[in-house]
Design a binder for this molecule. Structure first.
Ligand code: ADP
Length: 809
């Protein structure tokens, strides 16, 4: 039996009869240890039996793994005798065992009686040739194995090492390989049953080759799948890129067609030759640029501006003087003189415009007197477009003339912007509030404006942004101002000033009834419901909710009422032909906002009523004086300006020179402090026209004669007591009228202004021209009172100054 190797490390011969341990799915090879889980009753019994047999069992494999309770016929009879190395019970009642195969064996017979199968065991003799062929086979198998091991990721490193180490014995090597081969159970069983180790190794080699092929195939498939995935990913990216490129190309196309369109416009639009040349140059630059770049946007914007300006487009002038007159009358109440001046202006314009150097109209007056709306009417009367530029608060020349294109976000100035808006180069161009422009380090907007208005220069007006000559001389410029004294002098020289001074209450009432209310009814959809405002209600709004020379506030209040009426109508609460009374006004506008300016209820010492002009119209101005022993100081309080301070000084100096005549010299022998206060200190006041008022109040205080309360006055005073002319007589008289005063003293030199005052007001008042302060005193204090005062002074022994406050009522 020399060809039979001693199987198993122990080399022990097994006894003739051994318990049988059937396995499913596993073939145990000699020289191989395996951990197994044993649960079936017969198998557990077999383990117990093994103890009696020196821990030996015959391990065989079931023919079918599916059979749970196999009969002897269900088992392969060839198997391996194995030694039980470990046998540990598990918590679930099964056993975990470690067995080691010893040698091949066959069950000659299996006995099924008893708790486990037992077999009569015959050893299978192992044939292990030891020749060149066998060694060559081992060598090539080893080579294949290393390939196999590299492909089969499931083979552990230890297993590989153990297998390699066993390669010196063909028997062990073939069994080790067989045990670790990923082969079918039948193939493994066949390997176990093969007693010839070389033949066995040949079969292993064959199986391994197959296995390698399968693994290689798997590998190829895997890498193909991977490649496939990579490719589809790549395709995705390429597609994305393609889309981006196509978009870019599309934009290029778009850009190209945009350029073509621009070019077409540059060539076809009626722009000046210089402008066309410039645009062509810019377009050439644009073509070289990336369409999305910032510079391209700048250039595009520039060309856009140039080609959209009305270089030659104009509306046809249709000045028909009669028509224009009718239109102005239809759209504006009153303002007779203003309308006449406008018509004259238009007539002259029509005749001389071609010569191109008429003066520029300036509508001057407080807000809300219809300056803007007159300008609009002029536009519609002449068939021109209308544009308006507000110059209030403009301090930067660039606002008029534009920013150079090098600035980010540069734009043309207001002039060019408005012309584009107008869409014609000959609109009526309203320059609103030219008195509210100011000058600072950013240049002088007034001088830019002067250039716009100057017929010598405005044919070639240059906006910094456009940087091209533009002819603005076709525009009909009209300016407005609240205060003509604030207009920069060089500009004022170019203007023909038309004053609008504000409306009387009756005029306001008429404007409300005829224009403002119908307009607001129209705007709020109330025209059909036709509610009516009572005259009393309108007067109430004028007096108690507005304080203005114009009608803007009145318009606003009426609009507010109309909106509330519209809501009432929607809620079906508005009766047809409802009448709006004072009560309705209070309900809708809330409590009245202003106290009515009224004359003082009685004559008072040291208090005189003056009249002041403000941008909002005329207003009453009380002047209060008190005098007391002191150091000869004059104090003026109540937010009064320098001119008015000086005027107070002048009044006091006059008084001193007249002290003798007025019987006051004894007072001036003492050092006397005089305090002049002009109440309502929150309103700044200035100007010389309060001169006679301050003088009157002072003399009243010093003589202790009360000033007549039905009297108001205005006039400048000089040191000799002469009364000098003032401005704004109309507004002042109207303010006095509104306040219920009956008499107004005014400088005789202002007589010419009387005709501006509405007849109704003139007739209702006593307007008294004066040239000297003596006349003022006689009117204000009364001749009799003055005489009595002088008599008293001559008769009385003068003891000193008596403070006036104690004798005031
Ligand atoms: P301004 O430009 O002087 O500040 P607006 O022209 O804006 O004043 O006038 C304010 C409102 O008063 C406008 O609705 C205008 O139509 C109206 N208005 C002013 N005066 C008259 C008038 N005499 N006749 C009719 N409506 C007038």
């Amino acid at each position: 039996m020399n060809a039979v190797s001693s199987a198993g490390p122990g080399g022990k011969r097994s006894p003739a009869r051994l318990p049988v341990l059937p396995l499913r799915d596993v073939v145990l090879f000699p020289a191989m240890a395996a951990t197994l889980y044993v649960g079936r009753a017969r198998s557990v019994a077999a383990l117990e039996q093994a103890v009696k047999h020196g821990n030996l069992v015959l391990v065989v494999t079931q023919k079918s793994a599916k059979v749970d309770d196999p009969e002897p016929s269900d088992l392969h009879h060839a198997g391996a005798v194995a030694r039980l190395l470990q046998n540990s019970p598990m918590p679930d009642g099964t056993r975990k065992i470690l067995v080691e195969g010893l040698h091949r064996a066959r069950a000659a017979r299996i006995h099924a009686r008893g708790p486990c199968f037992e077999a009569d065991v015959e050893e299978i003799a192992e044939i292990a040739p030891d020749d060149l062929e066998t060694h060559a086979l081992i060598a090539s198998t080893a080579k294949s194995f290393s390939e196999y091991a590299s492909l089969n990721k499931r083979l552990s490193n230890e297993a590989v090492n153990a297998i390699t180490a066993s390669s010196s014995s063909v028997s062990a090597y073939s069994d080790f390989l067989a045990a670790n081969l990923n082969a079918r159970i039948e193939d493994k069983q066949a390997l176990l049953e093969e007693p010839d180790a070389r033949r066995r190794l040949e079969k292993v080699y064959e199986l391994m080759q197959q296995e390698i092929e399968i693994l290689q195939l798997e590998g190829r498939i895997r890498s193909r799948v991977k490649k496939q995935m990579e490719r589809s990913q790549k395709e995705y990216y390429l597609n994305e890129q393609m889309a981006a490129i196509q978009k870019e190309l599309g934009e290029r196309d778009e850009f190209r067609s945009e350029l073509a369109e621009l070019e077409e416009k540059i060539e076809s639009r009626p722009i000046s030759g210089e402008a066309r040349e410039k645009c062509r140059r810019e377009l050439r630059k644009l073509k070289m640029m990336s369409p999305m770049s910032a510079e391209a946007t700048v250039v595009r914007n520039y060309i856009d501006w140039v080609i959209s300006l009305p270089w030659n487009e104009k509306t046809e002038d249709k000045v028909n003087i009669e028509e224009a007159e009718k239109l102005l009358n239809r759209e504006h109440f009153g303002l007779r003189k203003v309308k006449e001046r406008i018509i004259e202006y238009l007539a002259v314009e029509k005749l001389t415009r071609r010569a191109g150097d008429g003066p520029i109209l300036c509508l001057a007056g407080p807000p809300g007197v219809g300056k803007t709306s007159l300008a609009r009417s002029i536009a519609s009367a002449t068939g021109r477009k209308f544009v308006r530029v507000s110059l209030g608060g403009v301090r930067d020349e660039a606002e008029i003339r534009g920013h150079r294109r090098t600035y980010i976000g540069a734009m043309p100035g207001k002039i060019i912007q408005s012309l584009r808006k107008a869409g014609s180069n000959n609109p009526v161009f309203l320059l609103d509030e030219i008195d509210k422009m100011s000058t600072d380090f950013r240049g002088d907007p007034a001088s830019a404006l002067l250039e716009v208005l100057d017929p010598e220069q405005n044919k070639n007006f240059v906006d910094h942004f456009l940087d091209l000559d533009y002819n603005v001389s076709e525009c009909l410029f009209i300016t407005t101002a609240n205060n003509i004294h604030e207009i920069p002098a060089p500009l004022r020289d170019r203007l023909e000033i038309i004053r609008l001074s504000g409306y009387t209450d009756l005029e306001k009432e008429a404007i409300a009834l005829r224009y403002l209310i119908p307009k607001q009814f129209e705007a709020t959809g109330l025209a059909d419901a036709a509610p009516r405002f009572s005259r009393e209600a309108i007067q109430f709004i004028i007096h108690r909710y507005t304080l203005e020379a114009g009608v803007r506030g009145l318009d606003r209040e009426i609009a507010s009422i109309c909106r509330k009426l519209a809501i009432e109508q929607l809620k079906k609460k508005l009766e047809p032909n409802a009448r709006i009374t004072r009560r309705g006004v209070v309900r809708m506008l809330g409590a009245p906002r202003y106290q009515r300016q009224e004359r003082a209820p009685r004559d008072e010492i040291g208090i005189a009523t003056g009249l002041a002009w403000t941008e909002l119209g005329g207003t009453l101005m009380k002047v209060e004086v008190s005098a007391m022993p002191g150091h000869g100081r004059l104090t003026v309080t109540g937010q009064v300006g320098n001119v008015m301070q000086e005027s107070a000084q002048a009044a006091l100096s006059y008084l001193r020179t007249r002290a003798e005549v007025l019987g006051l010299s004894h007072l001036f022998n003492e050092a006397l402090d005089v305090h002049i206060h002009v109440p309502e200190g929150s309103i700044p006041k200035d100007g010389p026209s309060a001169g006679i008022t301050m003088a009157t109040a002072m003399i009243s205080e010093l003589t202790q004669i009360a000033v007549h309360a039905d009297l108001a006055m205005t006039g400048e005073i000089n040191l000799r007591g002469r009364v000098l002319p003032i401005g704004g007589l109309k507004e002042k008289v109207m303010a006095a009228h509104r306040a219920g005063l009956k008499r107004v003293i005014f400088p005789a030199e202002n007589r010419k202004d009387l005709r501006d005052i509405p007849r109704r007001v003139r007739d209702a008042m006593e307007l008294i021209p004066v040239s000297h302060m003596d006349e003022v005193l006689q009117l204000a204090l009364g001749q009799d009172e003055l005489r009595k005062h002088l008599d008293r002074q001559r008769g009385a022994r003068v003891t000193g100054f008596q403070p006036s406050s104690s004798t005031r009522n």
